[in-house]
Design a binder for this molecule. Sequence first.
Ligand code: APR
Length: 320
Amino acid sequence: MPSAENSGIPAAELQRFTAYLRGCKRILALVGAGLSASSGLPTFRGAGGLWRSLDATALATPEAFERTPGLVWQFYSYRRHMALQAEPNKAHYALAELARKNEDFITLSQNVDGLSQRANHPSEQLHLLHGTLFDIKCTNFYCDYTRENEFTDPIVPALDIPKLDSGLNPSAVDKTGEEAAKSMREALSGTQTEIDISDANNQIPELDAKDLPQCPKCNDGLLRPGVVWFGEALPEKTMNTVDEWIAAGTIDLCLVIGTSARIWPAAGYIHEARSKGARIAVCNMDPKDTPGELHKGDWFFTGDAGVIVPEIFKSIIGEI
Ligand code: APR
């Protein structure tokens, strides 16, 4: 069967999608960790979702922060560091370009890595459902301190990633098996002497609360990353804006890119879009990761978002 160059998409499938996309007015994209996988950042439910043998999602709770703020900060400081080392890939740029071509296209991102912003996705068309690693806020319930676009890495000296010459033992064995995490580690080990602190075999210091970022406003609370943890509500203003957009008319297309679509309420937007008339187009490496049942007229593009997304938008945005 003929297929579009490099992407492996059957030509007839691409043609059917492209013809539909050209006529689309209102488009909603829900994106997840798979969007940034080819930038070298591990996903959550892939093999690289373990951090120091801990389920990454178990560290993403207010209870984990209360119990072990040092460990949770080490996890987030590591993610901030990795995200800053990574570069946006072609899928981030393609989504940003589609947004520039169509004012009625919005991206709902579950990612906190800042890569869509760095690909210049128009900010009013990008809704960060789970916050960002680069906003910081106070944990004290009575304090409203927040700091946006805080890119200092490490945010405090105690969170600096230990170096090889510090006497700690790096493991020689990669135990995660996750390609993205591995390539990032290799890139790091080739250029720097940092220890891979995502590997539980490598020691990390136990940090005191006094070593962690402190609130400069109330002088009484620890600062925390401005991400949405399990058990917390999504940002109200963001949800209201998205709800208003959804209510404003029928939706022609819902793109579901690089997400397992298992986390609610984010995954619920796919169903809302469907109920407003949208056809669904999924792009995922794993052909089993379907968000519910696909209907006749929907699409499933199997493969790397970094390759597929620029290809399926090409007739509108040109070459990325
Ligand atoms: N291209 C496209 N899809 C990919 C790629 C790739 N290169 N690599 C992996 N994927 C797919 C996986 O098959 C999987 O379906 O990306 C998806 C990633 O799923 P998750 O790891 O569950 O990430 P995500 O859907 O973003 O998780 C949602 O859960 O842990 C919380 O808050 C966290 O925002 C996150 C939310």
